[in-house]
Design a protein around this ligand. Structure first.
Ligand code: PEP
Length: 250
């Protein structure tokens, strides 16, 4: 089985001004200097440049939290892949449950966004996850399979190894309620099985767990065979906490 480099991403959501983002990066970099993991800071659009400029010469990558699927056009308030690439941004979160829930992001649009991101050389961090009702009804696998098949329908099987998948059970995001290690591993393994069945190098795909990851639970989650990293919301706002999670990845 190929070695998968751990991938630890900070999703700041709508937090951090430019000054706060700069302060965070300055505090983080010395704490993670020895990491062998991919460390990715997903900043609000306004703070991207400040983060990009501070991380030059380090292993830290920078990601946006959303992107429109067209290169340009009459889409007030949107930002496109070429605009992100021009800033030296390397990745983009797509399909976060908050965007699906509050901004009506659809699987159809996500299929176009994932394809566009890859064409533009941006690494998509595609988020999938079930609601509490779906889990309670025993429909987790059905929901995830539907999201994966739809959101990846615009790419060739061979492109899958350039996509990062974040499994984020909606009931665990920002709630303090983490999936148990068994639930997280079982579901991430299921996601890899779905990717394998679609063809392409599923064993090379980084699958992250996201949902109330903290310094206290990171090491156990990250030690599981099909969990290759974490997408961290709340605990990524503090440089010391986030550095501790990076350290837990080894
Ligand atoms: C997220 O927003 O992607 C997330 C996982 O948030 P939290 O870590 O706060 O649950």
């Amino acid at each position: 089985m190929p070695e998968r480099t751990p991938y630890i991403a900070a999703n700041w959501k709508m937090h951090k001004t430019v000054a706060e983002a700069a302060e965070f990066v300055d505090a983080l970099l010395p704490r993670i200097a020895a990491t062998q993991s991919d460390v990715v800071l997903c900043a609000p659009f306004t703070a991207l440049t400040a983060v990009v400029e501070r991380r030059y010469g380090t292993a830290v990558k920078v990601a946006a939290q959303n992107m429109h699927e067209e290169d340009s056009g009459a889409f007030t308030g949107e930002v496109s892949a070429p605009m992100l690439v021009e800033l030296d941004v390397e990745a983009v979160i797509l399909g976060h449950s908050e965007r699906r829930q509050y901004f009506n992001e659809t699987d159809e649009a996500l299929a176009r966004k994932v394809a566009k991101a890859l064409t533009a050389d941006l690494e998509p961090i595609l988020c999938v996850g079930e609601s509490e009702e779906a889990r309670d009804a025993g429909e987790t696998e059905e929901v995830l399979e539907r999201q994966l098949q739809a959101d990846l329908s615009g790419i060739e099987p061979g492109q899958i190894e350039n996509v990062v998948i974040a499994y984020e059970p909606i009931w665990a995001i920002g709630t303090g309620r983490t999936a148990t290690p068994e639930q997280a591993e079982e579901t991430c393994a299921f996601i890899r099985d779905v990717l394998r069945a679609r063809g392409g190098a599923a064993d090379r795909v980084r699958i992250l767990y996201g949902g109330s990851v903290k310094p206290a639970n990171a090491a156990e989650l990250l030690s599981l065979p099909d969990i290759d990293g974490a997408l961290v919301g709340g605990a990524s706002l503090d440089a010391e906490d986030f550095a501790a999670i990076v350290e837990a990845a080894g």
